[in-house]
Write a protein that binds this ligand. Sequence first.
Ligand code: NCD
Length: 306
Amino acid sequence: MRSLIDILDLSTEEIDSLIHTAIDIINYPEKYSNMCRGKKLATLFFEPSTRTRLSFEAAMYELGGNVIGFSEANSSSSAKGESVADTAKTVSCYADIIAMRHPKEGAPLVASKNATIPVINAGDGGHNHPTQTLADLLTVYREKGGFGGFTVGFCGDLKFGRTVHSLINALSRYKDINVVLISPEELMLPGYVKTDVLLKNGIPFEETTDLEAAMPKLDILYMTRVQRERFFNEEDYLRLKDSYILTPDKLKDAKDDLCIMHPLPRVNEISVAIDSDPRACYFKQVLNGKYMRMALILMLLKEAGK
Ligand code: NCD
């Protein structure tokens, strides 16, 4: 059974095809409005979410399907000690496809090995978040016209930020991309992502703590929130949380066609004064996420013969 656990589960051709489907959905939504009639998506969210869960649900409704699920661990039998494997087997009896978010890295993988329906990883701990990456890729495609010939800066919590890990994995398969990693020393990109992804694929990258110095060379700036829920102590979080705050004056040396991205939610990292700047793309990402999730649901249900 085909699931989506890691963004690399999709080939670059499949990503192209999802992008083309998403663009077709944007142009001809009525063509798709009945495609999932009678089908059910189960959203199993063991961790907080606004965009990911609601965009999956909106996606399924816009395809004419239905949604069941829960939005917190405490309202499910996991609070009684049920395993992820048993939850996945159970939900397979009710639904056609699962979207699962879980604080434990690898939980959606375990679910996929036990479910008899496709499982989509909607975020597992500080590990991966492949459907946010699909939203990010459609945004880059629409703003930059493709994947290559640009310098992308990742800024903030690169250690725990799962959206960063997945997007770096996805971009590593394209040519002519430069990466600038901007973070406090304590929140640098994990060594395994540097060696297994950037170095292995020959992607030129540099590491810095200085956002303003990096700004002039960036075509894309991917800001992230410091991931409070992954810290072992609150003091470290409080010390690091405001490491980077993007304000209009910090953009004075930025390119005119810079694309400012953020997976959201933002806390303090981007001043609301940036929202009206035409370079702000983070709410475009939100909308693009819904279209890519529609395309993904269609693809996985088709492959599952549903
Ligand atoms: C991200 C996540 O959950 O990893 N949010 C999202 O799904 N758009 C980013 C974050 O929580 O900081």
